[in-house]
Design a protein around this ligand. Structure first.
Ligand code: B12
Ligand code: SF4
Length: 493
C-alpha cells in the first residue's frame, strides 16, 4: 500500500471566493506518483482540525504538510495544528510558504510544528517525504528548519529548480469545480502560477525572502498547454495568474499571448510598471487580442523619494506610472494599482503626496483600480524601512499565539496595523479618501454595480472630490454598504 500524505490549506478568503490551493498543488505534484495525496482545505470544511485527525487516523498518514501566509491563514493554522499535535503527537507537522520563510524561529520554538521548509518547495519537499518514509537524516535536507534540542536551526537553501521539468499540478486529486469562480474576468474563472519569484528587492515585500531575487519561469508553450487543459476540461473563460511578476520576459508574454488568442479566455496578472512600459506596441496588441483584461502593478507611492527609500528599483517612477495608465487606456486594459502608504518616519506626508498623485492618475485614466495598503514591515536584511521601524519601537511577535491574535492578523492584512508611527488619524484619512474616490470613480469591474447606482455615487461624492474634502464621509459609506459593491481592496492580495 502507498503511504498517504495529508495537505492542509488554511482558510484564506471568504466563502465562495476560494482560489485553487496552488502552493500545495505545486509541492504535492512532485510526490503524487509515489504517494497518495489528500487535501483538506479550510476554505471548504468548517472544522479542518477534526477532518485532519479523522483522515490521519483512517489512512495512517505520517505527515501533515501545511502552507501558511501571515493573516487569517495563520490565525486558523495555529489553533488547528495545535489541536492536531495534541491529539496525534506522532503525526509530523511541516509548514512551508511565506510565513515560515520569514519567521522560522517563532515557529520552531512553538512546540506545534516539527519542521519548516523555506523558499521554493518542490525539491526539498520530495527529499523530506522520501526520508521520512524510507529513512535517512532529515536534518541534512537543504532549506529545512528544525529544532535542535531547543535551538532552532535552518539549513542553507536548496538550489532553485526550473519549473519546466516539474510535473503538472495533480488536478485530479481535488474537486476543481469547487474552485471555479465568477468575476469580472468571466463566469468560470480559475487560477494558475507560471513563475517563481521576482528579480527585484523592494524592501516592503515578502517575495524577496522567498526567492532571493531569482525569477524562474515556465515556458510559454507549457503555460499555453496548461491553460488549454483548464479550458478544455473545466470550460474556463477567465484566468488569474498569481505569479508575483508574470511579465519579466517580454518574449515569453508575446509567445504565450499568441498561443492562447482566440480561446475566449480573459486574463489578469501581476507585473511592474517599468517592465510593461518597456513592452513594444506589438506585444501590447498581442496581449489585448489574447484576452488580457486587467493588470495589477505596484505603483506604491506618489512620491519619487519614497519610491527610492522603498528600493523599488528598475526605472519605475511616478511619471512612468502616469504614462503607463495612459497607454493602457488606449488598449482598454484596466490598470489595477496598489499603493503602500504610511511609511515611517513621516506617514502623513507620504499619504498626502500619494493622494495628490492618485487624483492626477484618475484624471488620465478613470478606469484605473486602486488598492491602498498600509506599510507593515517584513524581515529583510538591509531594509532601511525595517531599520526605521525598529528604531521607532516596532517588534515582531515572539509567540505563534500572538501572531494568531486579531491585532496581528489585522497587521498582516495591511489595512489597519497598530504600528508605532501610524496614528489613528492617518488611518482615518486614508480610509476616508478611499471612500470618496471609490464613490466618485466607482470601479469598472463590478458586475453588480449598474448605471443608476454609479451615477448616484458619483453625484453624491462630487462636491467632496472637487473641494478635496474627505472627512466624515458617512453618507458615502452608508450608500456603499447598502450597495455592497465590489471595491478592489476586497480582492484579497
Ligand atoms: C493566491 C494568493 C492569495 C489567495 C489565497 C491563496 C490560498 N492559498 O488559498 C488570496 C487571494 C485569497 C490571498 C489572500 C491574501 N493574501 Co495572498 N497571495 C497570493 C499570491 C498572489 C500567490 C500565492 C500562490 O499561490 N503562489 C503560487 C505558489 C505555487 O507559489 P508559493 O505560494 O510561493 O509556493 C511555493 C513556496 O512558497 C513553497 N511553499 C508554499 N507552501 C508550501 C507548503 C509546504 C508544505 C512546502 C514544503 C512548501 C511550500 O513551495 C511552493 C512551490 O515552490 C501571493 C503572491 C505570490 N505571487 O506569491 C500573495 C501573498 C502570499 N499574499 C499576501 C497577503 C498579505 C495576503 C492577504 C493578507 C491580503 C492582504 N490584505 O494583503 C490575504 C489574506 C490571506 C489569508 N487569509 O491569510 C502576501 C504575503 C505577505 C507576507 N508578509 O508574507 C503575498 C506574498 C502578496 C504580497 N506580495 O505581499 N492571497
Ligand atoms: S517588484 Fe513587486 S514582487 Fe518584486 S520585490 Fe518589488 S514589490 Fe515584490
Amino acid at each position: 500500500m502507498r503511504p498517504t500524505v495529508l495537505f492542509y490549506n488554511p482558510i484564506s478568503t471568504s466563502p465562495g471566493k476560494q482560489r485553487l490551493p496552488l502552493s500545495l498543488l505545486a509541492v504535492s505534484a512532485v510526490i503524487a506518483d509515489d504517494y497518495d495525496v489528500e487535501f483538506i482545505d479550510g476554505n471548504l470544511v468548517p472544522d479542518p482540525a477534526e477532518r485532519i485527525i479523522e483522515r490521519a487516523k483512517a489512512t495512517g498518514a505520517k505527515l501533515l504538510a501545511c502552507t501558511v501566509m501571515p493573516g487569517p491563514q495563520l490565525r486558523q493554522a495555529v489553533p488547528a495544528c495545535k489541536r492536531v499535535k495534541t491529539e496525534l503527537p506522532d503525526l509530523t507537522i511541516l509548514w512551508g510558504g511565506y510565513f515560515p520563510t520569514q519567521h522560522d524561529e517563532v515557529i520552531l520554538r512553538s512546540g506545534i510544528v516539527d519542521y519548516i521548509i523555506q523558499g521554493q518547495g518542490e525539491a526539498p519537499f520530495r527529499q523530506f517525504v522520501d526520508t521520512l518514509h524510507h529513512g535517512g537524516t532529515l536534518t541534512d535536507i537543504p532549506s529545512l528548519g528544525y529544532n535542535d534540542n531547543g535551538t532552532p536551526k535552518v539549513n542553507p537553501r536548496a538550489p532553485v529548480v526550473p519549473l519546466n521539468g516539474l510535473p503538472w499540478y495533480p488536478y485530479d486529486k481535488i474537486d476543481v469545480d469547487r474552485y471555479v469562480g465568477r468575476s469580472y474576468l468571466g463566469k468560470r474563472v480559475l487560477s494558475h502560477n507560471t513563475s517563481f519569484g521576482c528579480p527585484f528587492a523592494c524592501n516592503f515585500c515578502a517575495v524577496v525572502a522567498l526567492a532571493n531575487r531569482r525569477w524562474i519561469p515556465e515556458s510559454a508553450e507549457r503555460v499555453a498547454n496548461i491553460v488549454t487543459h483548464l479550458h478544455d476540461r473545466w470550460q474556463i473563460d477567465g484566468l488569474e495568474f498569481h505569479d508575483m511578476d508574470f511579465f519579466v520576459s517580454e518574449a515569453r508574454t508575446a509567445d504565450f499571448a499568441d498561443r492562447i488568442a482566440g480561446k475566449g479566455i480573459n486574463w489578469w496578472a501581476l507585473g511592474r510598471v517599468d517592465t510593461l512600459m518597456g513592452y513594444s506596441d506589438a506585444t501590447w496588441d498581442s496581449m489585448k487580442r489574447s484576452g488580457a483584461k486587467m493588470i495589477f502593478m505596484g505603483a506604491e507611492s506618489g512620491d519619487d523619494e519614497t519610491l527610492k527609500r522603498m528600493n523599488k528599483g528598475g526605472r519605475s517612477g511616478t511619471q512612468m506610472t502616469l504614462a503607463l495608465v495612459e497607454r493602457m487606456k488606449h488598449y482598454g486594459i484596466v490598470p489595477e494599482l496598489s499603493f503602500v502608504l504610511g511609511n515611517p518616519p513621516d506617514p502623513a506626508a507620504d499619504i498626502e503626496a500619494t493622494i495628490r498623485f492618485i487624483r492626477k492618475l484618475k484624471t488620465i485614466n478613470p478606469a484605473s483600480e486602486l488598492v491602498l495598503y498600509i506599510y507593515t514591515p517584513v524581515p529583510q536584511e538591509g531594509s532601511i524601512l525595517l531599520d526605521e521601524a525598529t528604531r521607532l519601537g516596532f517588534r515582531f511577535p515572539e509567540t505563534l499565539d500572538q501572531w494568531a491574535s486579531p491585532e496581528w492578523a489585522k497587521f498582516s492584512m495591511r489595512r489597519d496595523p497598530s504600528t508605532p508611527w501610524f496614528k489613528d488619524t492617518t488611518r482615518r484619512r486614508v480610509r476616508n479618501f478611499e471612500s470618496v474616490i471609490n464613490a466618485y470613480y466607482p470601479t469598472v469591474t463590478d458586475m453588480r454595480l449598474q448605471g443608476q447606482w454609479k451615477r448616484w455615487l458619483h453625484m453624491l461624492s462630487g462636491w467632496r472630490y472637487r473641494m478635496e474634502y474627505y472627512d466624515w464621509p458617512y453618507e458615502l459609506k452608508a450608500l456603499q454598504r447598502l450597495i455592497h459593491y465590489r471595491r478592489p481592496e476586497t480582492t484579497g492580495f
